[in-house]
Design a protein around this ligand. Structure first.
Ligand SMILES: Cc1cc2nc3c(=O)[nH]c(=O)nc-3n(C[C@H](O)[C@H](O)[C@H](O)COP(=O)(O)O)c2cc1C
Length: 269
């Protein structure tokens, strides 16, 4: 289908107003870049927040306003944000995670699952959802063919990347307001979805993708290790030196992962 085939081709916005709305800086202007980098560098995860802090409603709105402006595949904006204010609901979600943490420990997955008790008292608490039916807004055939399956797989990636873009915008806005953040994704599994949906009145075809926590830290934040620039950027062609062997990757997971995740590599936080 080309836009010509679409039933209605009127722009969704008043174009003159939409052009006037933008405020782009001169190319190469450092001031906004520097301000943005300061926020990016200081966006930091903690897993315990000040339980007594009362999150101003205005801050929650400012943070989710940033999410609203994120880019998305086909401009579908396939996200929904549920702001949890009820302490009892926070406690119940936290309990689910603590149980999951214990279950994982028993399964010997070897993943150093963090301590999820801090969820219960996070002052900022947002459940990030996506309506997976939006994959139909991306290039798919919808004819049940093998080719359709391949396109749908990519469509799902487009959808997930879109919601991640909005989530990241919100995290950066929270960091800009001085809050520490926590991005929790350990909820994709079917049983986690089943536990959360009735609690929050989420319809069956909406998926919970992650939980976004923010607030003043109750543990001292610190900057985690980052790969050097030269290890992640190639010019023109993929740098073979960046291609880890399977053994190197396995070694990294076994011997380094816990050290880059936690302050004290001997225990989780
Ligand atoms: C996509 C994504 C998923 C994550 N999932 C979890 C999670 O389920 N539980 C958790 O405690 N932290 C989770 N995190 C937080 C990361 O562990 C954290 O961002 C990383 O260790 C780097 O630390 P920093 O945020 O302080 O830079 C996630 C982060 C991202 C971006």
């Amino acid at each position: 289908m080309t836009p010509d085939d679409a039933a209605d081709t009127t722009p969704a916005v008043d174009l003159a107003a939409a052009e006037a709305e933008l405020d782009l800086p001169p190319i190469g202007d450092r001031s906004r870049y520097d301000a943005l980098m300061q926020v990016i560098r200081n966006r930091v995860t903690v897993r315990r927040f000040d339980p007594d802090y009362r999150m101003p409603e205005e801050h929650v709105e400012m943070i989710l306003e940033a999410a609203r402006h994120a880019p998305s595949g086909a401009n579908a904006q396939p996200w929904q944000f549920i702001v949890i204010r009820d302490a009892e609901v926070k406690r119940q979600i936290s309990e689910y995670f603590v149980a999951e943490q214990r279950a994982r420990a028993k399964m010997k997955m070897k993943f150093p699952t963090p301590d999820y008790r801090g969820l219960a008292t996070a002052p900022g608490f947002v459940v990030v959802c996506a309506d997976m039916r939006w994959v139909n807004a991306f290039p798919v055939l919808n004819d049940g063919s093998e080719l359709d399956r391949i396109y749908r797989e990519n469509a799902e990636r487009i959808l997930l990347q879109s919601v991640a873009a909005a989530t990241m915008s919100a995290h950066l806005a929270a960091a800009a307001l001085g809050y520490c953040v926590w991005w929790v994704t350990a909820i994709g599994q079917e049983n986690a979805q089943r536990a959360m949906k009735p609690l929050l009145g989420i319809p069956e075809d909406i998926s919970v993708l992650d939980i976004f926590l923010f607030g003043p830290p109750a543990q001292k934040p610190y900057k985690r290790w980052r790969r050097p620039y030269g290890d992640i950027v190639s010019l023109d062609r993929f740098d073979p030196a960046h291609h880890l062997s399977d053994a190197e990757l396995a070694d990294w997971i076994a011997n380094r992962r816990h050290r880059v995740m936690y302050r004290d590599a001997r225990k989780i936080d």
